[in-house]
Design a protein around this ligand. Structure first.
Ligand code: SF4
Length: 426
């Protein structure tokens, strides 16, 4: 039985400093960020004697074999698409992250989507969503993550979209708060999706109230639902990976080790512990210096890993504060963003953009899947003019968020586009 949004109680904890964004409150700070200095700091560094950002392009340590690569990229497994792009072809993205709604039934205090505006009831029309999935398959898209903007289970087209994607050969995954996940579709989801990731950043009901701004009574049924999903997966040997993502903010640091225990108890495949992404103006105001204080807890949480249960801290991003001032404040290790043709993003209202941080900015609007087939959007002049605008005019050090979804891809593509002398001496 699916609950309506209005039937779920939620309340804003009085003790948490929050800022209202159209009815949804997020944690906030009062700092004013002067981003105009970011790109010029490297010169100042030479004067101050501070360490320069690490410019080394190769591996800086031995990569251990990983079951999941959650803290990196997988571009080398798509060389055909890279060669096509190098040849000037109008390629489809390998992967798309997309919201399919622009509203939610909980109010996570670290929600980046809220800073870009949420409107109750706004979503991609189910019919347009299903057409999009078929068009994406026709265009050559290899995977879609129903991730970003609002909660995907609030779109009634979600479950059909997953099934159609499997039919047309597009892998799917989803990030959900899980409260409204319809268990009538459990078998289809587990059969047809590559992963289901629960956005759960609290391991106890009272902290759940504070961090997700949902009623504590919603916590226990959610855990039971996750256990049921794990049981169905195991009984039927379904391939779908079930994970938990915990976003680290000071309000839930007490939950880190408890989350590692809870994940093991539920039986999920992994718990990912990740930094809180922020806007270029640091609207969510998480002080990354604070992550230094929780390194021991994170390592202890990771020690709960077994052969079939993985607790993974995203160290590369968590440790950003231990980089030099320039890098931790937004300076990138490349000058041009080449990643958007390979990883596209679509807002929960159906509008296509090169990347999530530019949602809502008309200059970067490439089309709307309600009005045009995605196949035609990718082939259109407008789509490639926007891609060129990014390459020609975006200063990634000033204009972009601190570490975006395409960041790892950009490091790889920067090296590809800037080869050294004598490449044949491999
Ligand atoms: S580097 Fe900038 S333009 Fe490129 S995807 Fe990231 S935020 Fe967007």
């Amino acid at each position: 039985m699916v609950k309506k949004v209005d039937e779920l109680d939620s309340e804003v904890p009085a003790e948490l400093a929050t800022k209202s964004h159209g009815g949804h409150s997020i944690r906030t700070g009062r700092g004013v960020v002067d981003r105009s200095k970011i790109g010029v700091i490297p010169i100042a560094l030479e004067v101050s004697g501070q360490k320069q950002p690490n410019q080394y392009n190769g591996h800086t340590y031995k990569n251990p074999p990983q079951k999941y690569r959650l803290d990196g990229h997988k571009m080398i497994y798509h060389m055909d698409r890279i060669v096509a792009w190098k040849n000037g072809e109008r390629i489809a993205p390998i992967h798309i992250d997309m919201g399919i709604t622009k509203f939610c039934n909980v109010g996570c205090t670290y929600c980046l989507g809220v800073t870009q505006g949420m409107t109750k009831g706004t979503m991609i029309e189910p019919e347009a969503l299903l057409r999009f999935v078929k068009d994406a398959g026709r265009a050559g898209v290899r995977s879609i993550g129903f991730i970003g903007d609002g909660e995907p289970t609030l779109n009634p087209g979600l479950y059909d979209a997953v099934n159609i994607a499997a039919d047309v050969g597009v892998d799917t995954g989803m990030a959900t708060n899980g409260l409204l996940l319809d268990m009538d579709h459990a078998h289809d989801m587990l059969k047809n999706m590559s992963y289901i990731r629960f956005n759960l950043s609290s391991a106890e009901a009272e902290n759940f109230r504070k961090v997700h701004q949902s009623h504590p009574k919603n916590f226990a049924p959610l855990i039971e639902k996750m256990k049921a999903l794990v049981r169905i997966k195991k009984e039927n040997n379904y391939p779908c990976t079930i994970g938990i993502q915990m976003v680290l903010i000071p309000e839930n640091f007490s939950q880190i080790v408890k989350m590692a225990e809870l994940g093991a108890e539920i039986g999920v495949d992994y718990v990912q512990l990740k930094q809180c992404s922020d806007t270029e103006y640091k609207e969510i105001a998480v002080d990354y210096e604070k992550y230094i204080d929780i390194e021991e807890e994170l390592k202890f949480a990771e020690s709960f890993s077994t052969d079939d249960y993985h607790v993974i801290a995203k160290w590369n991003k968590i440790k950003i504060t231990q980089e030099t001032d320039v890098y931790k404040n937004g300076f990138r290790k490349y000058d041009i963003c080449y990643g958007t043709p390979f990883l596209g993003q679509i807002s929960g209202n159906g509008k296509v953009y090169p990347c999530g941080p530019f949602f809502g900015k008309d200059r970067f609007l490439m089309g709307d899947i309600h009005e045009m087939s995605y196949y035609d959007i990718v082939q259109s002049d407008r789509y490639w003019q926007v891609q060129q605008d990014i390459i020609d005019n975006i200063d990634v050090h000033h204009d972009c968020t601190i570490g975006c979804r395409q960041d790892y891809l950009n490091k790889f593509l920067w090296d590809l586009e800037n080869p050294p002398e004598h490449v044949n001496f491999v």
